[in-house]
Design a protein around this ligand. Structure first.
Ligand SMILES: NC(=O)c1ccc[n+]([C@@H]2O[C@H](COP(=O)([O-])OP(=O)(O)OC[C@H]3O[C@@H](n4cnc5c(N)ncnc54)[C@H](O)[C@@H]3O)[C@@H](O)[C@H]2O)c1
Length: 338
């Protein structure tokens, strides 16, 4: 695909996230959506109209085989990702897929192996890495501007608790939510040796029904000696609340976005400003920039990142944290094998 003028895309899944990705694709030059597929025909057709694609299909496998398709973008429900990545890899197509590959380690490992065998470029949608704040933090860490790294601290609060139906298929708090912070931990600091997690139901009894937690704290011990802590919560009455700090011997980086609109309103001896509501507005740039980076990598013949091995290692951390919470003990990440 290196140097190709126009990259043809099969776009799979036009739900909530699909609309965002399809809109972002439309702004990338040299990318043409050829076919949109969704089992719900009206959604596939809406995607076709939005993107100007040739075809709208209800069978994703047929879209992968459609003439003119070089790359497959997968934004379907989580339990379909592994099968669709495998189908695309077997057809020799590059893949951008929403995270995760799968909620199961063995299934994820199987996809990682196949992708390696087929040698196709694959990027997963851990978009925080492409948020300008996190990207700059990474650049400063890599340039040695923090000195020797010492601590990692992350906090993620989702605005609204999800439905019971969603919870039952989500893989639980650590696999569904903390996973973004585990990815950042690996991205910014390095591999984790051991985790110790506590979970609690403080927000909503539905989490107990789902045998899940709605609030958690996870301690991390990294292989390079850095110590970390991640707080995770399923509810935030003041808006989407994502913060990260990495501190070293000479400096620290803090990524946080407490204000959405550059406006402070002052009246009656008080003042206020607005806040991001949820992930689509907070990570708008990250969603856009991750796709731009994916297609730039394809065009320049570079390996896109984060790839399947990153997804596997991050899932391993989430599984270790879940085990630690359930068994009430520290868990070495090496204990979690496929
Ligand atoms: N990275 C992030 O921040 C982030 C945020 C939200 C969602 N996600 C992920 O994105 C994925 C999609 O989430 P969503 O909220 O858009 O879900 P959704 O339920 O709103 O949409 C999924 C769409 O896929 C369609 N679909 C189902 N099976 C299909 C198949 N086999 N082939 C093609 N289309 C199929 C459905 O009809 C639906 O239109 C999930 O895996 C989710 O975990 C990631």
């Amino acid at each position: 695909m290196k140097g190709k003028q126009t990259i043809g895309v099969a776009f799979l899944g036009l739900g909530r996230m699909g609309e965002t990705h399809l809109r972002n694709l439309g702004a990338i030059s040299g990318v043409r959506v050829v076919v949109v597929a969704d089992p719900q025909a009206e959604r596939a057709e809406r995607g076709r109209v939005m993107s100007g694609a040739e075809s709208a299909l209800t069978e994703p496998e047929k879209a992968i085989e459609h003439p003119g398709v070089d790359t497959v973008v997968i934004v379907t429900p989580t339990d379909t990702h592994a099968r669709l990545i495998e189908a695309a890899a077997n057809a020799g197509k590059a893949v951008f897929s929403e995270k995760p590959i799968a909620l199961d380690l063995a299934e994820t490992q199987r996809v990682v192996r196949l992708v390696q065998e087929r040698n196709v470029p694959v990027q997963l949608g851990f978009m925080r890495r492409y948020d300008p704040g996190y990207a700059k933090a990474k650049a400063k860490i890599e340039a040695g501007e923090l000195g020797k790294l010492e601590t990692f601290r992350a906090l993620s609060r989702d605005t609204y608790p999800p439905s019971l139906e969603f919870l039952l298929g989500s893989g639980g708090l650590f696999l569904d939510m903390s996973v973004h912070d585990f990815d950042l931990a690996r991205f910014l600091v390095g591999e984790v040796e051991e985790v110790n997690a506590w979970g609690s139901v403080l927000i909503d009894e539905r989490f107990a029904q789902a045998k899940d937690a709605d609030t958690a704290v996870t301690l991390l011990r990294f292989k390079n000696g850095v110590l970390g802590v991640i707080e995770t919560s399923r509810r935030s009455n003041w808006g989407y609340d994502i913060r990260t700090e990495v501190a070293g011997s000479v400096g620290k980086v803090v990524v946080e976005a407490p204000q959405k609109t550059p406006l402070l309103f002052a009246k009656d001896f008080g003042s206020s400003y607005d806040h991001y509501e949820n992930f689509p507005d907070r990570f708008e740039a990250g969603y856009r920039l991750q796709l731009e980076a994916f297609f730039a990598a394809l065009r320049e013949g570079r390996t896109p990142t984060p790839g399947p091995q990153d997804a596997l290692e991050t899932l391993r951390l989430a599984v270790a944290a879940t085990k630690s919470w359930r068994q009430n003990r520290p868990v070495k990440v090496s204990e979690v094998q496929t």
